[in-house]
Design a protein around this ligand. Sequence first.
Ligand SMILES: Cc1cc2nc3c(=O)[nH]c(=O)nc-3n(C[C@H](O)[C@H](O)[C@H](O)COP(=O)(O)OP(=O)(O)OC[C@H]3O[C@@H](n4cnc5c(N)ncnc54)[C@H](O)[C@@H]3O)c2cc1C
Length: 389
Amino acid sequence: MTDTKTLPQTPATQSPDVLIVGGGIVGLWCAARASDLGLKTFLVEKGRLGQGASGGFLGALMPHQPVSWTSEKQYQLEALLALESEVAALQDLTGIDCGYLRCGRIIPTQTEKKRAERIEWREAAKQNWPAVSPNGLPLAWNLSETPPAGDWLYPEHAPLGFEHDTLAARVAPRKLVAALHAKIKEKVEIREATEVVSLGDGSRVTLDDGTDLFPGKTIVSAGWGSFLLVANIAKTTLGRGVKGQAALLKPIRPFDPNAPIIYFGGLYIIAHENGLIAVGSTSENKFDSPSDTDHRLDDLVTRAKKLCPALEGAEVIERWAGVRPNAVGRHPMIGPLPQAPNIIMATGGFKISFGIAHKMASDALTFATGGKPQMPEMFELDYHFARAK
Ligand SMILES: Cc1cc2nc3c(=O)[nH]c(=O)nc-3n(C[C@H](O)[C@H](O)[C@H](O)COP(=O)(O)OP(=O)(O)OC[C@H]3O[C@@H](n4cnc5c(N)ncnc54)[C@H](O)[C@@H]3O)c2cc1C
């Protein structure tokens, strides 16, 4: 890919076909795709792989509402369906169990208004979702008029029953990061504890140790750091970080690790197969420290304990915070920077990145190899630039 005639003579690693900036879930999938294509790939991560927003433990893979269908919803649906076999292949290759399960999601119904609305959702799911998942599980947005049985959700919180979407799934984020690392480590040059400090115009990229790289293409998958990194080139701010806090709890009683995700008013309760339950997340547009946790997380855990009997007496064994990349157009951002077409953005997945990162990576690599992927218009750079100040 690289036009060697116009580039300085450099060691091989200084002139990769593809340089990937940032080793979160998006950068790792990009590296996996690039190495599968046989491209000489260099991944630079300023800390450790998965140290950013991808280093948490929630891993909810939740579909958008099935109503008011858009190309973005279709994109996410296809990604969520494909992830099942992507993860299975990764597990086979690496031997790392990523804790993937199409566990579904339940949402307690507390008002007649919501119930009426959700009848519409049930019908929309029939229209917009396939009837079964790739491995044959029925996919639907079911409504139950009675409180749930069992000891996963206190019945008094679902006085009018509950909704049950069977498309939602969960994965163990840290395991998925580890599996992707295992897949790429023999084929991709990985440099951790190294920061990209300047992208130039894309033809010369500078690292914090002063090294210059001359990549064919550069994929910017640096999470919320992406926006600052390209601000000089874009001459605008293309997004921001939104902090989230989450807690990992160890229940004192046995519970079903296959239980569906509980989702209520921004609160997620996720049973994982390692016997732990994850609770999240706050959404903070303003924050001083990206990684500290505080009383907002305590409040979340208190709310979770009121909803879920399995959390009674459970001990919080980890408190964690990360910052999600939120692109200015409020949709993922994938594609070349108009001012520097050798630089390809792949970021902005915000709250749904784990479910779509593999598809974002395929699209970023299609751009990197000179193609134009089929992608929702609102993911394109023009869409985001039109919304930037
Ligand atoms: C509390 C919380 C709960 C969440 N729950 C879910 C969930 O249940 N499901 C879901 O799908 N999503 C969830 N998310 C969102 C999801 O985690 C993020 O959208 C996703 O991790 C973003 O991945 P990324 O690869 O774009 O960014 P990141 O994971 O942040 O990776 C970017 C990497 O780039 C590196 N970097 C930055 N700048 C540079 C530079 N200049 N040079 C080199 N490296 C650089 C960073 O160190 C980082 O490792 C949650 C997020 C939070 C905070």
